[in-house]
Ligand binder design. Structure first.
Ligand SMILES: Cc1ncc(COP(=O)(O)O)c(C=O)c1O
Length: 381
């Protein structure tokens, strides 16, 4: 049987780091970051207007193949805006997965909605099409007012699947089911920049996709986000709402609805542009690490989370599945005590105090994964 310390030693060899702390995911600033940020400072355009914001949006369109990109202050703001624009409001319900970072559920609440948690697939760690179909056919009815949850009598306004750790879920099937039930699909692609499903970039399958550029992500600008959409009206609305809903005018202050100060500052966009230039190299580097991990863990008979054959993951965070909770906990303790940073997958959203009363539908796989999954160091080396 492989000991925890054998895994720790392997990770140290993979990172060529015999001692010291190996973080879970450290950013890498090896390109034009300094140059562009200084340029933004010299331009005096440091806030939400500036050439780098425009350039960042063009680069995101190019990378994702989506029609329009709207830069935001972070991924949570991108999700919040996307949900509001999709029509989620007070009293609505939004289907999502319990296995996600808390921001997904928080954004639903921020828009006035209540999350409903359905199960994930064991292989993708993302929303299960079978669970979605089962929930909708069992608990909901298609009516003239939209899809209504028969248990609560509320409208199911949107569905937010999340591509966990950058591993694409079965998004084409999820999209088909959402269309069948008239539910808006918004992808939480916060973790999946550079991940593709059947050749199409994650975040481009539904009405909108939300991305994050937080310090722990594959590409970062300290804090930042983006909405991707192929709909020009939605793009216009997102840009408008993210800039305090101000009606463009050279000097007048006129705002036609309650807006948000959600636009990415030029200073952050400068860094984001420099980071995006390096995305192909980052992805190649991360895939090499994934190959090392896959080889090692398959020889040791330890379950390593991997991309589906039809998908291309960005391998943002590599993940292991232990046989049971006690093995998981012993590995977490030994690796962290020895300077190799590892983290358990999130506590399920329906177990957090603020979401404990939300509907949770047969979370068998999510429960199983919660007990077993651990992230291991995954930085670009
Ligand atoms: C799944 C998921 N959704 C949303 C977010 C929110 O992004 P941000 O931290 O940029 O607000 C993150 C990351 O932080 C995330 O991992």
């Amino acid at each position: 049987m492989t000991t925890n310390m054998e895994i720790v030693s392997f990770i140290r060899r993979a990172f060529l780091q015999p001692d010291g702390l190996i973080p879970l995911h450290a950013p890498k600033f090896s390109g034009n970051e300094r140059k562009y940020v200084l340029d933004a400072i010299d331009s005096t355009f440091v806030s939400s207007v500036g050439a780098y914001v425009t350039r960042f949006e063009a680069m995101m369109v190019e990378i994702t193949g989506g029609g329009y990109a709207i830069a935001t202050v972070n991924g949570t703001a991108a999700l919040h805006l996307a949900l509001m624009i999709a029509g989620v409001s007070e009293g609505d319900e939004v289907i999502t997965q319990p296995l996600t970072f808390v921001a997904t559920a928080n954004a639903v609440r921020m828009a006035g909605g209540t999350p409903i948690f359905i199960d994930v697939d064991k292989d993708t760690l993302g929303m299960s099409p079978a669970s979605l179909e089962d929930f909708l056919s069992t608990c909901c009815a298609n009516t003239a007012e939209g899809c209504i949850n028969k248990t609560t009598g509320k409208r199911v306004a949107a569905c937010v699947p999340m591509h966990t750790f950058g591993f694409p879920l079965r998004i084409d099937q999820i999209s088909g089911i959402c269309q069948q039930y008239g539910i808006a699909l918004i992808e939480d692609a916060a973790e999946s920049l550079g991940s593709f499903y059947k050749g199409q970039h994650t975040g481009t399958f539904g009405l909108m996709g939300a991305f994050s550029f937080n310090g722990n992500k594959t590409v970062t600008c300290g804090g930042g986000g983006a909405i991707i959409t192929s709909d020009d009206q939605i793009a216009r609305k997102a840009r408008h709402l993210s800039t305090t809903a101000k009606i463009p005018h050279v000097w007048e202050y006129d705002h036609d609805e309650i807006g948000y100060n959600y636009r990415m500052p030029n200073l952050n966009a400068a860094m984001a542009c420099a980071q995006l230039e390096q995305l192909p190299a980052f992805l190649e580097n991360k895939r090499k690490l994934a190959n090392l991990y896959r080889d090692f863990f398959s020889k040791k008979n330890i379950s390593y989370v991997d991309e589906l054959p039809e998908a291309k993951a960005n391998y943002w965070l590599n993940a292991l599945m232990f046989d049971d909770q006690s093995q998981k906990e012993s590995f977490l303790a030994d690796s962290n005590a020895n300077g190799v940073m590892t983290r358990p997958i999130w506590k399920l959203m329906n177990k957090l105090g603020m979401y404990k009363d939300c509907q949770a539908y047969n979370l068998v796989n999510a429960e199983w994964l919660e007990q077993r999954v651990v992230n291991i160091p995954s930085s670009v080396r």
